[in-house]
Design a protein around this ligand. Structure first.
Ligand SMILES: [Zn+2]
Ligand SMILES: [Zn+2]
Length: 467
């Protein structure tokens, strides 16, 4: 039996993908897109390495973030025909994410071809289209949490709630080959304890894993506490109200956006904030918010109670959904105090880029970074306090105040990662750290060694692990 890391390895956070091979089956766990390398992303995404889509027996999808599902339409384009197993919520969210990515690929390619034709160059094809995305839909199979399913000869999986986004999963995989059985655990993205809407990550207390693949995004640090973060967030908003200024929040459409709305609703409800305009300027985030309502059965107790009482819509009476581009553009000429939540979270595309172009040079404007931004992305440049940035081939000076609120992260910090690993570490599995830059994963490996006496390896891209 062997597993090859085909992404989110070698110090990469994005592009999650594992190829699992036994004598009887070939299964893929996730097939995410590489993000944040600019034009290099296309080449990275096109190189599937040893993954031959038509030869796969099954695909397992841990959750709907693009860095886990973004290459599935490329697989579909290249002959994927096997079932894709994930939770029902993940089917809904991933459909949304993949369709959106396909639409962006089509429009980017159309724009590129316009330039190419002027230069007398031949047209290029998009890496995938909405047709490829549509080919995935009939392959999707919904799997409930905590039930074992045989997905290929000698390969069974069980999903459990990872507390990262709605529908996200840890995956336990049982592999049988020539009378031997091995258990592999894929942590996928591990969420945090006490996050709005979400249940806590699942501790796999009864699992005796031989091999564990574990994420390490924030392996070298703990986030600020949620309470502290909420207080900081409130202070930023209070200041902006006083200065009558705009607040821009780049946020992932799924998860982060709803968490921000949750905290804003709490602040309004408890009377610490006056009611003021909030714009959700992202058609995708609007749809995702509707899907949150559809999958209320996955909410934790507190959110389920609030939802039952329809409390969110009462608190957020001043929340406006901006569907059209015209509505979004109209915000550029308005300089009153308001909050604009728009995607993408890393500021690599989407409507937030236009808001940043029109507002970054303005003193008084606040930009609140609430999530991870990979090296090289516009979001990371802002977090790293770049004095000026390039947007749409223009140099924009950064005079706005950039706030980074790490406490809203959807990823476990070091202490939480160790808490998650603890029950598995008791059985001394082989541990492989993925989904992290080298600094955090090296630090996490050291923490695992000193805490549990377990040696953790740091696999490279296309490295094969035999067991
Ligand atoms: Zn994720
Ligand atoms: Zn991820």
């Amino acid at each position: 039996m062997r597993i090859t890391t085909c992404g989110a390895s070698g110090g990469e956070v994005t592009g999650s993908c594992y190829l699992v091979e036994t004598a009887r089956a070939r299964v893929l766990v996730d097939c995410g897109a590489f993000q944040g390398h600019g034009p290099k992303d296309d080449a990275l995404n096109a190189d599937l390495g040893p993954v031959a889509p038509a030869s796969l027996d099954a695909v397992v999808l841990t959750h709907a973030h693009l860095d886990h599902c973004g290459r599935l339409p490329i697989l579909a384009r290249r002959g994927l025909a096997c079932p894709v197993h994930c939770t029902e919520a993940t089917i809904d969210f991933a459909t949304l994410v993949i369709e959106d990515a396909a639409r962006i690929q089509e429009s980017d390619t159309a724009r590129e071809n316009k330039y190419r034709r002027r230069e007398g160059k031949p047209d290029i094809e998009p890496p995938f289209t909405r047709d490829d995305a549509a080919r995935l839909r009939p392959l999707a199979r919904g799997v409930p949490y905590l039930e074992w399913r045989e997905i290929a000869p000698g390969v069974s999986v069980r999903f459990s709630d990872a507390g990262h986004i709605l529908g996200s999963s840890h995956v336990e995989m049982r592999l049988e080959e020539a009378g031997a059985t091995r258990t592999v655990v894929f942590s996928a993205d591990i969420g945090r304890w006490n996050t709005p809407f979400l249940r806590d990550p699942t501790l796999l207390t009864s699992t005796k894993a031989d091999v564990v693949f574990m994420e390490s995004t924030y392996g070298d640090r703990d986030h600020r506490s949620q309470d502290e973060t909420i207080r900081e967030f409130r202070e930023i908003i209070e200041k902006a109200i006083w200065a009558k200024e705009k607040i821009l929040i780049p946020a992932f459409a799924i998860g982060r956006t709803q968490h921000i709305l949750f905290h804003l609703a709490e602040m309004v409800r408890s009377g610490v904030l006056p009611e003021f305009p909030i714009y959700l300027d992202s058609p995708m985030a609007i749809k995702a918010t509707e899907l949150y309502a559809k999958h209320q059965d996955l909410f934790d107790q507190h959110a389920a109670d609030l939802a039952r009482r329809r409390q969110f819509s009462r608190d957020l009476r001043h929340l406006e959904f901006l569907e059209s581009v015209e509505q979004s553009q109209a915000l550029n000429d308005r300089h009153e105090c308001c909050i604009v939540i728009a995607g993408s979270g890393m500021c690599e595309g989407g409507r937030i880029v236009h808001h940043l172009r029109h507002n970054l040079w303005r003193k008084g404007v606040s930009v609140v970074m609430v999530g991870y931004a990979s090296a090289g992305s516009l979001g990371r440049q802002l977090i790293d306090r770049a004095p000026e940035v390039q947007i749409h081939r223009r140099t924009i000076p950064v005079r706005a105040t950039i706030h980074t609120l790490g406490g809203f992260s959807a990823h476990a910090g070091q202490t939480e990662l160790l808490r998650w690993l603890e029950p598995l570490a008791a059985h001394k599995p082989r541990v492989f750290l993925t989904h992290g830059e080298d600094k955090p994963r090296t630090a996490l490996a050291a923490a695992i060694k000193s805490r549990f006496g377990v040696e953790a390896s740091l696999p490279g891209r296309f490295e094969t692990i035999e067991f």
